[in-house]
Design a protein around this ligand. Structure first.
Ligand code: G6P
Length: 600
C-alpha cells in the first residue's frame, strides 16, 4: 500500500512523476506529494490531502522544475490524511526528503530519542522519524546515512530519499516492494512496475535489506553491512495497453469483461491431450496435508480450494486467514504443503505466513498473478495466473483466474498421485471462458436488479457447498465498492440467526444453480419468501422451479458444480459494480481501501 515513484535523468521529472503516480492510485489515494531537486540548488515540495485526480489540471499549470524527484500516493496508517501527514517528509534543515511505504513499529521510541536530541517532528506519521534519523547520521554521504538509519528501524519499508546537494536517489526495501527501472541516461524507482512501464521494461527487483544508490547513468546495490550485491536486470512482460481503460468507464468494468480472455490464459499450455501440465518443484506423492493461506478475495479462493482438493484427491485441506495463521503458533511440519494465494504476491500477511510455514519445514507453493513479486520469488514452487495487470481495487479477473488455476492444481494432484482424473471436469474447464462470455453478452437483468436495490440498507448473500464462498465474495464485493452492508452466509445456517433480519425490504441473493444441495436451497428460498424477503436467485438457464418463486432471476449457463463458482461470481461482480456506479461511487478507488496491502 502507498505508491512510490522516483526519477533521475535528463528530462523534467515532474510530468514523469505525475503520470507514474496516477498509475499507482490503486495503492492508496488519501494524499499525494512530490519533491524535486531544482538544479541542485533547492528542493521544491508540494503535497496535498485527497486524490491526485482532483488536482491534476491545476498541478499541470504549475511549473515544477527539476530533473531529480520522488513522489508518493498515500494509504494512511499513522495519522489522518492531511497535508502535514502526506509524504514527502523532510528533516529540520529541509535538505533531505523522503517517501516511504510500510510501517515503522518502533517509531515512538525513536521519536522520543530524536526529540530529546532537538529534532522537531511535526507530523503524526511513523515515516517522519526516518528522515530525521538520516539527518542525524548525514555527514556528506547520503547512502551511508540511510544505511545507519535503517539499522535502527523495526518494521517494514520501501523508501526513496533525496538530498538537496546530491545528484542521486537512495532507495531501500524491507517488506515493501521496490524496483529500479533502467532507461537510457535515466533511472526510475517505483513500488510497482505500472508506474514506469511507459518509460522502460528493464527492471531490477530489490530484496529485503538492500539499499540502492541510483544516479542517472548507473546504480549499485549494497546490503545493510555495506557489502555489494550483484543484481540481475529483468524484463517486464506487461504492456502499456494492458494498464489503460480502453474505453471502459472504469478499470473494474474492463477487468470484468476481460475474464473470457484471462481464463483462457490461465488454461493456456496447461491442458494437453487430457493431461494436465504444471511444472511444480514439489513431490506430490509425499504431501500429507495441505494448508491454504491468503487474505480478502484470495481467501475466498482458498475456501473453494478445500472443496476442490479434498473432493478430487481426499488429501485433507485446512484454510486460514494469513494474518491469523502467522500469529497462532500453527502446527505445521514436514509433509505439509502450504499454498499461498495472492494476486499481488506482496500482501504482507500472506508473505509472513509463507515465511512462517517455510521456517517450520513445510513446502510452499504460490498461486500468484504478479511475476517478480516477493511471494513468487520466495516460494519453493509457483503457478502464475497470467491474468494481466489488475488495477481495480476490488479483485475480479484475478479471482476467477485463481479458481481456474486451483481447479487445474486439484486435478493435477489427482493425476500425479495415480488416481483416475475427473474427466467431465477436465473437459468442462475448456468451456468455461465461452460460458463467461455468454454471461457478459446480456447483463440487462443485473442492471435492472441494481437499479431496484441500489438504496437498500443491507443485503444477504446465501449459498451452500462450493458456492458458500461465492456468497462471501458477492457480499464483500458489494460492501467494498458500494458501502452497503452485506453479509454472506451458508444458506443452511440462515435459520440460526440471520433469518431474524428478513422483512419486505431485505434483498436476499441465493446462489441456486444446479448442485447436490439444490432442493435444500429451494427450501431456504421458501423460508425467505414466507417472511416476505425479496429473493434474487442466480440460476441455470431454463430453471422453471425457482423462476416461479423468486422475485428476480439472474441466469447463467449450466456447468459442473465444482466449476460453478467461476460462472456465478461474474454476475455478482456486475451487480456490485452497477450498484456502486448508480450510487455515484468510483469502484476503482473505494474509500479506505488499497489494492496491495503491504502492512499488517
Ligand atoms: C486487498 C484488496 C483485495 C485483495 C486482498 C488480498 O485487501 O483490496 O481485493 O483480495 O488485498 O490481496 P492479494 O494481492 O494478496 O490477493
Amino acid at each position: 500500500m502507498c505508491g512510490i515513484v522516483g526519477y533521475i535523468g535528463k528530462r523534467e521529472a515532474f510530468p514523469i512523476l505525475l503520470s507514474g503516480l496516477k498509475r499507482l492510485l490503486y495503492r492508496g489515494y488519501d494524499s499525494y506529494g512530490f519533491a524535486l531537486i531544482n538544479n541542485g540548488k533547492e528542493i521544491v515540495c508540494f503535497k496535498k490531502p485527497g486524490k491526485l485526480d482532483n488536482w491534476e489540471s491545476r498541478l499541470l499549470k504549475m511549473k515544477f522544475e527539476g530533473k531529480i524527484g520522488i513522489a508518493h500516493s498515500r494509504w494512511s496508517t499513522h495519522g489522518e490524511p492531511s497535508e502535514l501527514n502526506a509524504h514527502p517528509h523532510w528533516d529540520c534543515q529541509k535538505n533531505i526528503y523522503l517517501v516511504h511505504n510500510g510501517i515503522i513499529e518502533n517509531y515512538q521510541t525513536l521519536k522520543s530519542i530524536l526529540e530529546k536530541e532537538g529534532h522537531k517532528i511535526i507530523s503524526e506519521t511513523d515515516t517522519e522519524i526516518i528522515v530525521h534519523l538520516i539527518e542525524k547520521f548525514y555527514k556528506g554521504n547520503l547512502e551511508r546515512a540511510v544505511m545507519e538509519a535503517l539499522k535502527l528501524l523495526e518494521g517494514a519499508y520501501g523508501l526513496a530519499v533525496v538530498h538537496k546537494n546530491q545528484n542521486r536517489i537512495i532507495a531501500a526495501r524491507k517488506g515493501s516492494p521496490l524496483i529500479i527501472g533502467i532507461g537510457k541516461g535515466e533511472m526510475f524507482v517505483a513500488s510497482d512496475a505500472a508506474a514506469i512501464l511507459k518509460h522502460t521494461k528493464k527492471v531490477v527487483y530489490l530484496k529485503d535489506g538492500e539499499v540502492a544508490n541510483i544516479t542517472a547513468n548507473k546504480f549499485r546495490v549494497r546490503n545493510l553491512d555495506g557489502k555489494k550485491v550483484e543484481k540481475e536486470v529483468e524484463e517486464i512482460k506487461w504492456t502499456l495497453g494492458q494498464i489503460e481503460k480502453k474505453g471502459f468507464k472504469h478499470f473494474m468494468l474492463k477487468e470484468i469483461f476481460e475474464q473470457p480472455e484471462s481464463l483462457e490464459n490461465a488454461l493456456r499450455g496447461r491442458l494437453k491431450q487430457s493431461k494436465i501440465k504444471l511444472s511444480l518443484d514439489i513431490d506430490i506423492n509425499s504431501i500429507k496435508r495441505i494448508i491454504v493461506v491468503s487474505c480478502g478475495t484470495s481467501w475466498h479462493s482458498a475456501l473453494i480450494t478445500k472443496h476442490l482438493i479434498e473432493g478430487f484427491t481426499r488429501i485433507p485441506v485446512e484454510v486460514d486467514y494469513a494474518s491469523e495463521f502467522r500469529y497462532r503458533r500453527p502446527v505445521v511440519k514436514k509433509g505439509d504443503l502450504v499454498v499461498g494465494i495472492s494476486q499481488s504476491g506482496e500482501t504482507a500477511d500472506t508473505l509472513g505466513a509463507m515465511r512462517e510455514a517455510k521456517a517450520r519445514g513445510a513446502k510452499t507453493l504460490g498461486i500468484i498473478n504478479v511475476v517478480g513479486s516477493t511471494i513468487s520469488r520466495e516460494v519453493d514452487s509457483g503457478i502464475f495466473l497470467h491474468a494481466g495487470p489488475e488495477i481495480g481495487v476490488a479483485s475480479t479477473k484475478a479471482f476467477t483466474s485463481q479458481l481456474m488455476t486451483l481447479s487445474l492444481l486439484a486435478l493435477y494432484i489427482q493425476q500425479e498421485r495415480g488416481n483416475k482424473v475427473n474427466r467431465e471436469i477436465l473437459r468442462e474447464l475448456k468451456n468455461i471462458p465461452s460460458k463467461v462470455e455468454k454471461i457478459l453478452e446480456n447483463t440487462r437483468a443485473i442492471k435492472k436488479i441494481a437499479k431496484k436495490f441500489k438504496d437498500s440498507k443491507g443485503f444477504l448473500y446465501l449459498g451452500r457447498g462450493v458456492n458458500f464462498p461465492i456468497a462471501l465474495e458477492g457480499a464483500l464485493k458489494l460492501k467494498e465498492i458500494s458501502y452497503i452492508h452485506a453479509e454472506g452466509y451458508p444458506a443452511g445456517e440462515m435459520k440460526h440467526g440471520p433469518i431474524a433480519l428478513i422483512d419486505k425490504n431485505m434483498p436476499v441473493l441465493f446462489l441456486a444453480t444446479k448442485s447436490c444441495t439444490y432442493d435444500k436451497i429451494m427450501s431456504n428460498i421458501q423460508e425467505i419468501k414466507a417472511r416476505k424477503g425479496k429473493v434474487i436467485a442466480v440460476v441455470n438457464r431454463n430453471d422453471k422451479r425457482i423462476r416461479k418463486i423468486a422475485d428476480y432471476i439472474i441466469e447463467v449457463p449450466k456447468t459442473e458444480e465444482y466449476l460453478s463458482p467461476i460462472l456465478n461470481t461474474i454476475s455478482l461482480q456486475l451487480l456490485a459494480y452497477h450498484i456502486a456506479d448508480l450510487r455515484g461511487i468510483d469502484p476503482d478507488y473505494p474509500r479506505h481501501l488499497a489494492k496491495s496491502v503491504t502492512c499488517e
